[in-house]
Design a protein around this ligand. Structure first.
Ligand code: TPP
Length: 366
């Protein structure tokens, strides 16, 4: 029967930040728990600043992350060593946790290719804007890596919309067949721009789609940082060293919500209800984690202030670095499309030049 195999929702903290009955706190030191909290705060603060930069015309389109911090940060926090992530357009905090400074994401949003030129020793794949193409890439990389005898794990991030793409099914199929060390991380934020869950799938959950490929699917409260960390940690362990008779890959569905618009060019009031947003705001991962840390004596007002200052300093520094780099010539975008420009591209290039001369470059940034 449809939905019989739907996995239960894993949780450790309830909506008020209290440990659920029988829940076990992940095996992390106090410092690690505080560092995870700092990353959640960094993601939220970065998000607020990035939206302002876009509104001030200092940056191009940006994809907000508020509400989804735990899905990105706590999962990346569970990786180690040379494990790779393959981010979507919304996974800047996961990249930061794998060692990529926030200035790279800012440069990318400012239109600089340089922002997507990842330093060699950083295990982060360039941001992929086409939906779900990073999924077969992750499987191919994981397969090659396993073949070469490495124990690295590869984790592509994508949204619920990504599960409707052919690349998702092709990638998961081969992950099962070749038993690759891949952890597929879906941030199910309920919306693929204006397409809601009912139009995306008729499965009861996204996690159960793993059944079709022969490996485990897990469903987790994506706004519970401790639960996200724990399920990702277990999936990574299994990818490195699966128990007898089990396959390495896992499909994780993190149930979450993006509080803001899809991007700074979107207006969600057109397609979703305020009441829905208010319901999800009750599950905000940041106050939940803060309550847990305060109640267990790991955090006080003074330490919170220090963390907030560190976070603000880091974002300011990233903005200063990104803004100190010269912006590219707008006509560059025409130069690298084809070896020989087509007549239509040539005409577009000339039109842009004419508009720039008439109105000035500032007219394009607001
Ligand atoms: C192959 C492809 N088709 C369409 C688009 C346009 N597009 C950009 S983001 C998006 C929705 C993505 O939704 P989801 O996968 O759920 O991720 P989210 O942005 O919600 O995190 C669409 C349709 C695209 N980038 N790539």
């Amino acid at each position: 029967m449809r939905g019989d195999s739907a996995p239960e929702l894993r949780q450790i903290l309830d909506e008020d930040g209290q440990l659920r009955d029988d829940a076990v706190v992940p095996d992390l030191t106090d410092d690690e728990l505080l560092e995870l909290f700092r990353m959640l705060k960094l993601a939220r603060h970065y998000d607020e600043r990035a939206i302002k930069l876009q509104r001030q015309g200092r940056m191009g389109t940006y994809s907000p992350i508020a509400g989804q911090e735990a899905g990105h940060a706590a999962s990346a926090f569970a990786l180690s060593g040379d494990d790779w992530i393959l981010p979507s357009h919304r996974a800047d905090i996961a990249s930061r946790i794998r060692g990529l400074g926030l200035e790279f994401h800012l440069m990318y949003c400012m239109g600089m290719e340089r922002g997507n030129r990842i330093p060699e020793d950083t295990p982060v794949f360039p941001v992929t804007l086409p939906i779900a193409t990073q999924i077969p890439h992750a499987v191919g990389m994981a397969w090659a890596s396993k073949y070469m005898g490495s124990d690295r794990v590869f984790m592509p991030y994508f949204g619920d919309g990504g599960t409707s793409e052919g690349d998702f099914h092709e990638g998961l199929n081969f992950a099962g067949v070749f038993d690759t060390p891949t952890v597929f991380f879906i941030n199910n934020n309920q919306w693929a721009i204006s397409i809601g869950p009912d139009q995306q799938t008729k499965s009861r959950t996204l996690a159960q789609k793993a059944d079709a490929y022969g490996f485990e699917g897990v469903r987790v409260d994506g706004m519970d940082p401790l639960a996200v960390y724990q399920v990702t940690h277990e999936a990574i362990e299994k990818a490195r060293d699966p128990p007898e008779g089990e396959l390495r890959p896992t499909l994780i569905e993190a149930l979450t919500y993006r509080f803001g618009p899809h991007t700074t060019s979107d207006d969600p009031s057109v397609y979703r209800e305020d009441e829905e947003l208010e319901r999800w705001e009750q599950r905000d991962p940041i106050p939940r984690m803060e309550t847990f840390l305060r109640d267990t004596g790991r955090l006080d007002a003074e330490l919170l202030e220090t963390i907030e200052q560190q976070v603000a300093d880091e974002v300011n520094e990233a903005i200063d670095i990104a803004e100190s780099v010269d912006r590219p010539e707008p006509t560059n975008m025409f130069d690298h499309t084809f070896a020989e420009p087509t007549p239509r591209l040539q005409a577009q290039r000339e039109e842009l030049q004419m508009l720039r001369e008439e109105y000035g470059d500032d007219a394009f940034t607001h």
